[in-house]
Design a protein around this ligand. Structure first.
Ligand code: CU
Length: 312
C-alpha cells in the first residue's frame, strides 16, 4: 500500500522534507510610521512535476513549487506581493486575510494575464494560519493545478499582553518559539486524468513522502503543525494522529485552543488550523499520521513521525 521508487526532488526543484519548515519572511524594511514592510516576489509558471515515482503532472506553480512558498509575516506588518505571471493562463493571488476589494485577487480585481503583473498590498490581520490561492476561473482547475500556498501571520505579543508568552511562542525568531518544532502541512491531491476525481493524495504534493522519509522529532520538544486543506474534488479531508492527542486552534486565530485533547480533525477546502502536541512522555519510535478517509491513505496521504531521544 505504498509507493515504490524515488521521486526526483532535484528535478522538481523542491523537497517535501525541506518544505515542512522553509518559511519565507520576504525582504523587510521599515516604513516611515515605524511599521515593518515585508515584500515578496511571486512568479506563476507552468511546470511539469513528479508527484509519485514516475507519475508526472502538468502543474501550474507559484515560484516553481507546489504548494507555493510559505509566506510568514507578523500581525500588523504591511505586506507587499509583487506578482508576475509567466504562465499560459490568467492567474491571481487571492489571500485569506483582511484587505480592500481591489486587492482581493479575483476576476476584475487583481488578475494578471500571461506576461502581466500585479502588486497586492495589505496589512497582516488577523494572526493565524491562512492560505493564498489563485482565484481565476474555472476556479477548481486553477486551484487543483497547484496554485496555492500557506500564509502564516504570527501574533504580535505586544498586542496580546494577557497571553504575551503564548503569542511569543508562535512568533518566529523568539527564544520561546525556538523550543518548538514547527511544520507546514498542506493537504492536497491530484486528478492525473482530468476526470474530476483525484488519483493521488498527499501532504505537500509528493505521495507518501513522509512515509518513505519519516519526519524527525526530538521527543523532548513540542510540535506545532500549520495544517491547511486545499483538496479539490473531495468534500472533506482530515488529519489523524496515532497514539497521541492534540490541541487544535481553528484557523489559528486564537491563543487558546478551540478543541482540546482530540486525535482527529476534519477540514473542508480552505479550512485550516494549528495542531499542537508533544511526545515527551512517549517512548521513541515511528508514529503514524494520516487522513482518516482510508482511501486517501492508500493513495498517498500517510506519513510517520520518527520520535527520537534528544542527542546528549
Ligand atoms: Cu490561476
Amino acid at each position: 500500500m505504498m509507493t515504490v521508487g524515488e521521486v526526483d526532488h532535484g528535478r522538481n526543484g523542491f523537497d517535501p522534507t525541506v518544505m515542512l519548515s522553509d518559511f519565507d519572511q520576504g525582504s523587510s524594511s521599515q516604513l516611515p510610521d515605524g511599521r515593518t514592510l515585508r515584500e515578496f516576489s511571486i512568479l506563476a509558471e507552468d511546470k511539469e512535476i513528479e508527484i509519485a515515482p514516475g507519475v508526472m503532472f502538468p502543474a501550474w506553480t507559484f515560484n516553481g513549487r507546489v504548494p507555493g512558498p510559505t509566506l510568514r509575516v507578523t500581525e500588523g506588518d504591511r505586506v507587499r506581493i509583487n506578482f508576475a505571471n509567466a504562465g499560459s493562463h490568467t492567474h491571481t493571488m487571492h489571500f485569506h486575510g483582511i484587505h480592500a476589494a481591489r486587492m482581493d485577487g479575483v476576476p476584475g480585481a487583481g488578475e494578471a494575464a500571461p506576461g502581466n503583473s500585479f502588486v497586492y498590498e495589505f496589512d497582516a490581520f488577523p494572526f493565524g494560519c491562512h492560505l493564498y490561492h489563485c482565484h481565476s476561473v474555472p476556479l477548481k482547475r486553477h486551484i487543483h493545478k497547484g496554485l496555492y500556498g500557506a500564509f502564516i501571520i504570527d501574533p504580535d505579543p505586544a498586542r496580546h499582553l494577557e497571553q504575551a508568552e503564548i503569542a511569543a511562542a508562535r512568533l518566529l525568531g523568539t527564544p520561546e518559539n525556538a523550543r518548538w518544532q514547527e511544520f507546514v502541512m498542506v493537504m492536497n491531491g491530484f486528478d492525473t486524468n482530468f476526470d474530476e476525481e483525484n488519483e493521488l493524495y498527499a501532504v505537500n504534493t509528493v505521495a507518501h513522502a513522509y512515509a518513505n522519509r519519516p519526519i524527525s522529532i526530538d521527543r523532548k520538544r513540542p510540535v506545532r503543525i500549520y495544517l491547511i486543506n486545499v483538496l479539490e474534488f473531495d468534500p472533506i479531508n482530515s488529519l489523524h494522529l496515532h497514539a497521541n492527542f492534540f490541541d487544535y486552534f481553528d484557523t489559528g486565530t486564537t491563543l487558546t485552543p478551540t478543541l482540546k485533547t482530540v486525535d482527529t480533525v476534519m477540514l473542508c477546502q480552505a479550512q485550516r488550523g494549528i495542531v499542537e502536541f508533544s511526545y515527551a512522555e512517549h517512548e521513541a519510535g515511528l508514529y503514524m499520521f494520516h487522513a482518516h478517509q482510508t482511501e486517501f491513505v492508500e493513495l498517498g496521504w500517510m506519513g510517520f513521525f520518527d520520535v527520537k531521544d534528544p542527542v546528549a
